[in-house]
Design a protein. Structure first.
Length: 437
């Protein structure tokens, strides 16, 4: 990986792309520290010092924003509205025929879906920004803080609208920065911004574990966490690269005097076909009961039960529910993202077949059978990755959104591998000499 980056910096055009990407990252990180108008920055910092903000209800979103959410900055919402909008559009593509037709139109249809994603991102940013401002005004954002209700000194309508507009504009700016990295940088812009947001919380979380440790001044706990993290990274890299290759043979066809086809290839089915999406779905769904209970008044029995069983990451009910949701969403997402019937029809159209399997319906059934078989270990792997680091690190005083946790490590490793592959592919295109030399 380091060799690929070193070679990229030696190539003039790739060096410009890397430096451009680094410049966008610097701008993004600056924006995560600029508070929005109407916020008492002093009171926010006081609450951040008094309460362990990362362990609150908004810890997951705060992690995706690089710590900007709980500091209520212009990039407080981060990339989460765009991620949510992309997932919603991807799910609706299966349900709405118009979106499915656009998806099949190629580049023009994809551009139209991207435009819809931008509109939905702005709508979600307005909704989430309004919710964040309302939460900050009532003091619910920092529970247990004495000055939590004084975070927004002026609670007039004008100031509230200004705050929501500022955060919405910040989300639009983040989306634009990500598209700039995709177009003029090294590519994969939104994922890189997500990677930077999570990695930004890494040093402070590690140092917090060292400060809370008791063995050898906390260095034993610090070293153990580093060791566990390296093992988990190695496991994630191994499984993320694992795939089931289904061989495909294309028959020869004579068109005029030329022969076409007769080649052999394969269909790569990844063990973790769904990626990190099931973990995000499960985490978001588990936050809904806690969110409802937090805004509900009184001390009813159902609210007490939710507070005791579904808000603590180390509670057995939370663990079992989280694991089952991850497994369910892994199968659900694979079912909507990979269509065996469509793949079988395309193979039949171009004269392809799987050796030993008849073309058409038998091919679709075989692909569905193989996909279900490899999704089981993939879904169990996602559940274990999401839970084992969390349970191991809770003993060291870490929070459930620590960077070595399930969601964080999957995103960091996945984006890192994809970025290195893109750089290597661009290097290969520039250094390929073929038969000319």
């Amino acid at each position: 990986m380091l060799t690929a980056f070193a070679r990229a910096f030696k190539t003039p055009d790739l060096r410009k792309k890397l430096l451009f990407t680094l410049g966008i990252i610097v701008i993004y990180r600056i924006g995560t520290h600029v508070p929005i108008p109407g916020i008492s920055y002093k009171n926010v910092q006081t609450c951040m010092d008094q309460a362990n903000a990362n362990q609150g209800l908004f810890g997951l979103v705060n992690m995706f924003s690089g710590g900007a959410l709980l500091q209520i900055t212009i990039f407080a919402l981060g990339i989460m509205p765009y991620i949510t909008a992309s997932i919603i559009l991807q799910l609706l593509t299966v349900v709405i025929p118009r979106l499915e037709a656009l998806k099949k139109e190629g580049q023009a249809g994809t551009a139209k879906i991207t435009q819809y994603t931008r509109y939905l991102t702005i709508a979600l940013a307005i909704l989430q920004g309004t919710g964040l401002v309302a939460t900050a005004r009532t003091g619910t954002l920092f529970q247990g803080c004495q000055v939590a209700s004084e975070i927004v000194p002026d609670q007039s309508i004008f100031v509230t609208v200004t705050m929501v507009i500022t955060m919405t504009a910040g989300t639009a700016c983040v989306m634009w920065l990500g598209e700039l990295i995709t177009d003029k940088g090294i590519g994969n812009g939104m994922s890189i911004l997500m990677f930077i947001s999570i990695a930004a919380t890494f040093p402070s979380a590690l140092w917090a574990i060292k400060k809370q440790g008791d063995l050898a001044g906390g260095w034993i706990e610090f070293g153990t966490v580093i060791l566990v993290g390296l093992v988990m990274v190695g496991l994630v890299v191994f499984v993320e690269q694992a795939q089931r290759r289904i061989p495909v043979q294309y028959a020869k066809r004579m068109i005029g005097r030329r022969s076409y086809g007769g080649t052999s290839t394969y269909i790569p089915l990844k063990v973790n076909q769904a990626g990190v999406i099931p973990v995000i779905f499960a985490s978001s769904l588990l936050y809904i009961p806690a969110l409802v209970a937090q805004f509900a008044g009184g001390n009813s029995e159902w609210k007490t039960w939710i507070d005791q069983h579904l808000t603590k990451g180390n509670h057995p009910y939370y663990i079992v529910t989280y694991f089952l949701l991850i497994v369910f969403f892994a199968f659900f997402y694979v079912a909507i993202s990979f269509n065996p019937d469509e793949v079988a029809d395309n193979m039949k159209k171009y004269g392809g077949f799987i050796p030993g399997i008849r073309a058409g319906r038998p091919t679709a059934e075989y692909l569905s059978y193989v996909l279900n078989r490899i999704t089981w270990p993939g879904s169990l792997y996602l559940g274990l990755i999401a839970l084992v680091p969390t349970m191991a690190l809770v003993g060291f005083g870490a929070n459930q959104n620590f960077p070595f946790g399930g969601t964080s490590i999957l995103i960091i490793v996945g984006v890192g591998l994809e970025t290195v592959k893109q750089i290597e592919s661009q290097l290969q295109q520039r250094n390929y000499e073929g038969f000319l030399r």
